[in-house]
Design a binder for this molecule. Sequence first.
Ligand SMILES: O=C(O)CC1=CCC(=O)O1
Length: 258
Amino acid sequence: MPIAIINDTCIHYRTEGDRSLPALVFSNSLGTDLSMWQEQADALAGRNFLVRYDTRGHGLSASPPGPYSIDQLGTDVVALLDHLDIEKAHFCGISMGGVTGLWLGVHAPKRLNRLILANTAARVGTADGWRTRAAAVRAQGLGAIADSAASRWFTPEFVQHQPAVADAMANKLRGQNYEGYAACCDALASADLRAEIHAITAPTLIVAGAADPVTTVADAEALRSAIPGALVAALPASHISNVEAPAQFTRQLLEFLA
Ligand SMILES: O=C(O)CC1=CCC(=O)O1
C-alpha cells in the first residue's frame, strides 16, 4: 500500500506497468476511490505507466480537516509526480478529478502531456449547493448521500442491470471519511475555473455522459469551446461514465493517447 507524504498529508497511490512507458495519472470523483479505474487500468497497464491515487479525503488517503481548495487538490498531483520522479504525464480525471485536471492544465502545463476530462465542468454545481451538502454531511454523516448516490451516478437502466456494481460503489461511499468528503465539497464550492481555462495548451479530450444530469453535455460543449483544440466524445452513460460504459470509455482513451 504505497503512501506518499504530500503537502503534510498521506496520499495513497498505486502504480502499474513499466516505468519506461508514458505515465498516465487517474484521478477519482467525489465519494469514490482509485478502484473506480479498474477497467481502464486493466486495459492500459501494458501501454502506460499507470498512477492511480486517492484524492485527499478519500479512500486510503488521509482526511485532514477542511476546507480543501482546488489549488490543494492540484498541487497534491504535482507533488505526487515529484515524489515518483515523473516529469510529465497524461492526466485523466473524472468529475472532481476533472476539475483537478483543469487546474493542472492552467497552473502546471509543463507537467502535462495529454489531458482527459470526463464528466466535469469549470464550475460544477453551485457554491450554495456544495456548502449545503458539506454542512449536511458534517451534521449527519454520509448515509443519505450514499443512499442517493446511484441515482446521481448511473442511469436507471444501469442500476437495474448491474445492481452489484452500483451497490458496491454506494457502499464504498458509505464507508468514506465524512470530513474528507465534506472538505472536498468545500473545494468544489470555491472552484470556478471558467475565466482561466482558455489558457490550457495540452491536447484535451472531453468525455461526456449523454445522460449525465450533474455535468451535462452542454457543460462539455462549454469546455470544448473554451479550451483551444479540445475534442468531445459523448458516451451512452450518466455521471460515472468510465464505470457505466467502460469499454467505450477505454476506447476513447486508447484512441486519444495513441
Ligand atoms: O454528487 C455526486 O456524487 C456527483 C459528483 C459531483 C462532483 C463529483 O466528483 O461527483
